[in-house]
Design a protein around this ligand. Structure first.
Ligand code: UDP
Length: 481
């Protein structure tokens, strides 16, 4: 008889980047012998199924999907982008009972082993209470950089200091008191970690439902590796008993022997357009700039036109992913006809792609990104240098670290202008600074490979997480030191 697998219930915050990162973590755990229940919200499940023409996500008996409601009332237009704060409030208020009921149901089922642990995105930390009630370990996964995570953990202090400096010009206000973090302007701190409004309900949520739950969870995972953020990792280890830096997760996955059934599981909210790969196949090595602003960015037609004209004037080949919700309206009627004419032989635009496949395609030579953490990690894993433009949440600090600390990116100003896009993109592809950041990108790829190879810090931390926490036999200890 097969030995019963330990059973991890994995639940992401219900947005694309979080879903993909948690899915990869779940695949790693599955490879280490766990039975996985992966929990999606009903609405996202419907979108994912639609994007894959209702093909089942998996047939594996040991990797299964379940759904719970996101708690939001039904929307007039279910295709509109979801508001980050609404999703946080709603999941915190409404998902506790359905999640608890799901675990009870799994425990009653003779089909699956009893649930032994919960691996939860930190932005849906209502799960901590559920796991504590059941007496099983719960690990919170911060799917962002260690420094961005630390800044969220410091959101209460940020609120206090900012309210005492009400008259400051916040653009120039320097944060130099977070241990392990060098002086940094407030404008580069995650927009989801601070506010000038002392009663901002979203910051209340971050303080009470995210930061403080980190002290109550059994352990924390940060999606980074020690060499990338040494000082911040030290700070986090001094604040919590059990901290595991596990990243880049895409690289840990690539190190595994192939298992077709599990490898193939994908949870995309949009349908991938593979024609862009055929288009890339026609281009010479390293000649294409890949442009993608992720799954949540929303911009206005003026900015879209500035990007378009800058790309056009840079005279580089480009593959641009324009998600339908990136702007309101149809991009093909917003972009000027002279743009379409000028780029018809060297530009290609689609809705959504397999980003990792694109980043690893030999024709791609640079990535113009909105600095979402998953995109940065995937870019680093591919040794790809970046042009960095940030929009909100943790993106400003990711841009700052990428361009000023790790130096594998060149920066585009927030208030984007076509001349700036043109010159920075050209510099990345042809200039001296471009050569420097490309060298750094290869350097960080190599360091990440060391961290994720046998004996590397992230590789060992995954083992430790499993042995010390996930298989700890139901014990639960608060995590604050
Ligand atoms: N992604 C993708 N295809 C696209 C755009 C994005 O597969 O056309 C994936 C990308 O690989 C990443 C995630 O969506 O894993 C986006 O997450 P990220 O943290 O970069 O940004 P967010 O969407 O959360 O702003």
């Amino acid at each position: 008889m097969e030995v019963q697998r330990p059973h991890a219930v994995c639940i992401p915050y219900p947005a694309q980047g979080h879903i993909s990162a948690m899915l990869k973590l779940a695949k790693l755990l599955h490879h280490r012998g766990f039975h996985i229940t992966y929990v999606l919200t009903q609405l996202n499940y419907t979108h994912i199924m639609k994007a894959r023409n209702f093909l089942p996500l998996t047939q594996s008996p040991t990797f299964r999907f379940e759904t719970i409601p996101d708690g939001l009332p039904s929307r007039e237009n279910p295709d509109t982008a979801l508001d980050v704060a609404d999703l946080c409030f709603s999941t915190a208020k409404n998902c506790y009972a359905p999640f608890m009921e799901l675990i009870h149901r799994l425990n009653r089922s003779s089909d699956v082993p009893p649930v032994s642990c919960v691996v939860s995105d930190t932005f849906v930390a209502f799960t901590v209470g559920v796991a504590q009630e059941l007496g099983i370990p719960v690990v919170l996964f911060w799917p962002i950089s260690a420094v961005a995570s630390l800044m969220h953990i410091y959101s209460s202090d940020l609120r206090d200091k900012i309210s005492k400096n009400k008259d400051a010009n916040f653009g120039d206000y320097i944060i130099d008191w977070i241990p392990g973090v060098e002086s940094i302007p407030l404008s580069d701190i995650p927009t989801t970690a601070w506010s000038t409004d002392p009663n901002d309900p979203f910051i209340d949520y971050i303080i009470s439902e995210v930061a403080s739950k980190s002290y109550k969870a059994s352990a924390l995972i940060f999606h980074t590796f020690d060499e990338l953020e040494p000082e911040v990792c030290k700070t986090l280890s001094s604040m919590f008993h059990r901290v595991y830096t596990i990243g880049p997760i895409p690289m840990l996955l690539h190190g595994l022997p192939e298992s077709d059934e599990i490898d193939k599981i994908e949870c995309n909210l949009w349908k991938e357009d593979s024609t862009c790969i055929q288009w890339l196949d026609t281009k010479i090595p390293k000649s294409v700039v890949y442009v993608n602003f992720g799954s949540m960015t929303v911009t206005d037609p003026e900015k879209l036109v500035e990007f378009a004209m800058g790309l056009s004037k840079s005279m580089q080949n480009f593959l641009w992913i324009i998600r339908p919700e990136l702007i309101s309206g149809d991009w093909s009627t917003i972009l000027p006809p002279e743009f379409m004419d000028a780029v018809k032989d060297r530009g290609y635009i689609v809705n959504w792609c397999d980003q990792e496949q694109v980043l690893n395609h030999p024709s791609v030579g640079g990535f113009l990104t909105h600095c979402g953490w998953n995109s940065m990690v995937e870019s680093m894993s591919a040794g790809m240098a970046m042009v960095c433009w940030s929009f909100f949440a943790d993106q400003p600090i990711n841009r700052y670290c990428c361009c000023s600390q790790w130096r594998l990116g060149l920066e585009i100003e927030n208030d984007v202008k076509r001349e700036n896009v043109e010159s920075v993109v050209r510099e990345l592809m042809e200039g001296e600074n471009g050569r420097e950041v490309k060298k750094k990108a290869l350097f960080w790829k190599e360091r990440a490979e060391v961290a994720t190879s046998v004996g590397g810090s992230s590789f060992l931390n995954l083992d430790k997480l499993i042995g010390e926490v996930l298989l700890s036999g139901g014990q639960h200890f608060p995590n604050g030191v």
